[in-house]
Design a protein around this ligand. Sequence first.
Ligand code: GLN
Length: 238
Amino acid sequence: MAYVQVSRNVTIGILALQGAFAEHQTALQGLSCQKKIAVVLVRSAEDLPTCDALIIPGGESTTIALLAKLAGLLEPLRTFLQKKPVWGTCAGAILLAQAVENTKKGGQELLGGISVTVARNGWGSQVESFEAPLSIDGLRDPTTPFMGVFIRAPVVLALHRSTENPPIEVIARLPINLVPKSQKLMVYDVDDSGPYDSQSIVALRQGRHMLTTFHPELTKDSRFHEYFVRTCVLPTLL
Ligand code: GLN
């Protein structure tokens, strides 16, 4: 079981409008801590002020954005992420991006927060979903691979590095040899450093925010949840 040392109670919100929010809740509740991590399922703006951080789950980003708009949550979420850490998984990662390609007709609302461009469904459709073992240095027990579950996952097309934004730190890449042969890799030649360079990124951090294009919440491995709390959330509470 992953272990996090916390000096005060931590409250983590999970945006609970659609998608795999219950799985994130289970993962957070499974973390072993000195003090409890309280979980708030966020469904309205009134749920946000008690949260020290937020997780936006995988699901369907257009639907989550629409429901957030209907709930009057878009602006409160944008304000929240200017001050507090947010982690987006898959659809959540799309919502945290600065720009998105391959949207549904009419486009979609984004929250922004991480200066990347992503492509929705960049690895293909639902039937082309896949799993791949990832080796990730910053996790506890780094020699044990973390199973990345990619379900209609977004692909990172470009990193927009600038002096105005905190640096982007790549946490995990998907080695090209692990991309199943059935995948039609969308090659958008937008990144100067080479077409696969940004597209291989499947987890990154920028300042206090993090995105993973896969679903750590759909595994029994809570090391990513522990990593988020340890590296993104706890430093903001000091
Ligand atoms: N393709 C979905 C979207 O656009 C994301 C899929 C997922 O979260 N598993 O939101």
